[in-house]
Design a protein around this ligand. Structure first.
Ligand SMILES: Nc1nc2c(ncn2[C@@H]2O[C@H](COP(=O)(O)OP(=O)(O)O)[C@@H](O)[C@H]2O)c(=O)[nH]1
Ligand SMILES: [Mg+2]
Length: 249
């Protein structure tokens, strides 16, 4: 998986948080890794920060710029499409704040080798002793409530739909799942999993349980500067209800 992977990094006003050294370190450590940094209509210096980084990356870092702020869902969708057009065998997305450290790619890759038929690998923030899952208690609790509701909505025993680190096999099912813009701004992850589940069922007769692998992270941290608020939890619940109604139709 790591031999031909392009990670899309959605960047909205990330000029201050963008840690070029950590991305460089990962590029050195994983020779098959490429990055596609998507500037989501930022109003700060994100565009020049990521372009400067791309210009010293020997072609392994590209940028894509959306003229207006469209939200993470659209930034990721456009990025994944561009990454597939670029010919990557695997594509994924990864939050710019590196809440999931890029070192976790080692675990993703190990999980892909263990599960021969894996077509999607998603990070899972399971808080266990001996791991460093450092999440603020309120967000942890709201997150667990949301995750349970998302699992019921999808009718899949998935533990964590919302981790900002996910990798997919770049195939026609993924392309189909990315064709239409997402309806939700914050929980597009749930929509994407629903679309893939439906796509796999249609083309292979098997549901996501056959293809989706959750990768329990060794480390994850809430990075300061997030713009997600408690009100978004309520909005996310409403968006989930819409996704659910679509499934029962
Ligand atoms: N907040 C926000 N993030 C965006 C947007 N577009 C892309 N992103 C990116 O989405 C990722 C997650 O954002 P963050 O604020 O850390 O959210 P959180 O960690 O889920 O609370 C980051 O890589 C952002 O740069 C947007 O319109 N708003
Ligand atoms: Mg974050």
């Amino acid at each position: 998986m790591l031999e031909a992977l392009t990670l899309v990094v959605p960047c909205y006003n990330e000029a201050k948080r963008f840690d070029a050294a950590k991305f460089s370190e990962a590029l050195a450590r994983f020779p098959g890794l490429q990055l596609l940094l998507v500037n989501d209509g930022s109003s700060d210096a994100t565009a020049s920060v990521i372009e400067a980084f791309a210009s010293i990356s020997a072609g392994r870092v590209r940028t894509l710029s959306l003229a207006q702020n469209r939200g993470k869902a659209e930034a990721v969708r456009r990025g994944l499409q561009a990454a597939m057009d670029g010919g990557a065998a695997w594509v994924g997305f990864w939050d710019a704040d590196l809440a999931t450290p890029l070192g976790a790619l080692t675990e993703f890759s190990a999980a892909a080798s263990r599960h021969d038929g894996a077509r999607a690998l998603i990070g899972s923030r399971v808080r266990l002793l001996g791991r460093e899952i450092d999440r603020n208690p309120v967000r942890h609790l709201l997150g667990r409530i949301f995750a349970t509701a998302a699992s019921v909505t999808l009718d899949l025993p998935v533990y964590d739909t919302q981790c900002g680190a996910k990798i997919f096999l770049a195939d026609e099912t993924l392309r189909g799942a990315l064709q239409e813009p997402f309806g939700s701004r914050w929980i597009f992850d749930v929509e994407l999993l629903q679309r893939l589940d439906a796509g796999w069922l249609r083309t292979t007769g098997r549901r996501a349980t056959a293809y989706l692998v959750e990768v329990p992270l060794l480390a994850w941290q809430d990075v300061k500067g997030s713009s997600v608020r408690v009100g978004d939890f309520v909005r996310a619940g409403a968006e989930l209800a819409v996704i659910r109604s679509r499934r029962s139709r």
